[in-house]
Design a protein around this ligand. Structure first.
Ligand SMILES: [Zn+2]
Length: 474
């Protein structure tokens, strides 16, 4: 597998692979990872027919995730059921189904189209799959082929990440725009240009994004009106240059204060309410995260997310919450349309950057997402949990290999996490036919997790402390 560009954004220190290590320390580990990943990609090509007769979806092999119109000669038709038709962009944005956005972060992007294909095959009747790739992190050509292979993605988003210019508002690492980012995203060098919005949009068009984003510079909580004004000015310029068939989302980047402070929040929500010509919102919130893969338990932030999602639901706007992981899933209860997560820790949370010095030779944490607990735990805690009566063993294809083989594969564990989040997202839809809709569906899943987890003999760092706060917020 081709080595990926390291994601220069904040969060390397919160990465799946090296919570406290440097990139250099992880080289050997990466090679191990690649062995597991490559074995996965080397599996035979396997096709399933599409429900609507439009072709065949490849659910195994290196080209997995693509849809072909005719079955290549000699190819294998899987014994499993047909795949549902792909939900179109506009239908997905209508919110009929919750949307799971798969982030193509800095690592193992080659695996994601296959995983999306499998997610769609399994859960595509109950959720829509979308994907987000970061323009400053990958060459255009590579991004185009990634999008082309992601045939099941209802939304293809090429995130311009212009907030990398806003180190004074956000907590980013020292040099948020590295050498490659300047090269891959040349528009970052010209934010003062009169046609800047055009350049940012064109960069997304170049790679065949299906939902375009406004630049999304970070809103400064110390200059609320000024930054809101300039955001909408820039967004209006972008909107004015939309071409036939294109859709645009208002891209909003905020430090969490905008949601936790009532005054700021009201200001932001009032403005969103007024600017009703933006019917899709893509909101990225930065908050401080103590431990990788831990969703927020901050009651004020949960209230803020709820108010934002409620507003969007009431006003029939589509709210996408990129880079939020389990926290974004929680927001489905309150009216969010979709949320995003990926393989790395930084893909689950747009965390405030904190420098952590790695210790040479330190092995990366072995983590496992427990669906029943709605929580990611250390492997040792997984071993404890699975011995408890009532534990449900995950039956995903990744776990079959992950739990049987040594060494522990961080990649397979990450894919299990993605897949489990697909299952949880689909469940929200499946249960929403019952009274209370999605809200009650999430509440039931959270309550069940809280109940099952209480009394488990786990270390304090592995307890899902967010569940109590979530239960309150629901
Ligand atoms: Zn699994």
């Amino acid at each position: 597998m081709a080595h990926e560009e390291p994601d220069p954004m904040s969060g390397e220190s919160l990465d799946w692979l090296e919570e406290q290590g440097s990139i250099a320390d992880a080289v050997d580990e990466d090679q191990l990872e690649d062995a597991a990943a490559e074995a996965y990609l080397a599996a035979d090509d396997e096709y399933v027919p599409m429900d609507d007769g439009t072709g065949f979806l490849l659910v195994g092999g290196a080209e997995g995730g693509s849809i072909v119109s005719a079955l290549p000669s000699g190819s294998i038709l899987a014994a499993s059921s047909a795949a549902p038709a792909v939900t179109g962009r506009d239908e997905a944005l209508s919110g009929r189904l919750p949307i799971l956005l798969v982030h193509r972060g800095g690592r193992h992007g080659d695996l994601l189209p296959l995983v999306m294909g499998q997610l769609h095959h399994q859960y595509g009747r109950s959720m829509a799959v979308g994907t987000v790739a970061n323009l400053p992190a990958v060459k255009d050509e590579k991004l185009r082929s990634f999008f082309a292979q992601s045939s099941v993605a209802s939304l293809r988003i090429a995130d311009p990440q212009c907030y990398r210019l806003d180190g004074e508002v956000l907590r980013l690492e020292k040099e948020p725009i590295g050498k490659r980012a300047w090269e891959y995203a040349p528009y970052l060098a010209s934010p003062e240009a009169a046609d800047w919005e055009q350049r940012v949009l064109d960069a997304q068009r170049q790679v065949n994004a299906s939902l375009l984003l406004t630049p999304g510079r970070a809103l400064d909580p110390d200059d609320p009106q000024g930054s809101l004004d300039s955001m909408f000015q820039s967004a209006d310029k972008a909107l004015a240059s939309m071409e036939q068939g294109e859709r645009l989302a208002l891209n909003v980047t905020i430090p969490s204060r905008w949601l936790t402070s009532e005054v700021l929040r009201n200001r932001l929500l009032d403005e969103i309410l007024d600017q009703d010509h933006f019917d899709v919102l893509y909101v990225r919130t930065q908050w401080s995260q103590g431990k990788a893969f831990t969703p927020t338990e901050d009651a004020a932030l949960l209230v803020g997310l709820k108010k934002l999602a409620n507003l969007c639901q009431d006003e029939e706007r589509s709210l996408l919450l990129p880079q939020t992981g389990l926290t974004g899933w929680f927001a489905l209860a309150h009216g969010a349309t979709g949320f995003g997560l990926g393989i790395s820790g930084s893909d689950q949370c747009f965390a405030e950057y904190v420098f952590r010095r790695g210790r040479p030779g330190q092995l990366p944490a072995q983590r496992y997402f427990e669906r029943q607990m709605l929580h990611t735990v250390d492997r040792a805690s997984h071993d404890v949990a699975k011995s408890i009566p009532g534990y449900t063993q995950c039956e995903c294809a990744y776990c079959a290999d992950l739990l049987r083989n040594e060494p522990w594969s961080h990649v397979l564990s990450a894919l299990h996490h993605l897949y489990s989040m697909g299952a949880l997202t689909a469940k929200v839809h499946d249960e929403s036919a019952r009274p209370g809709g999605r809200h009650a569906a999430v509440r039931r899943i959270v309550a069940a997790a809280k109940k099952w987890t209480s009394g488990l003999p786990l270390g304090t760092s592995d307890l899902p402390r967010h569940l109590a706060a979530w239960d309150q917020a629901l």
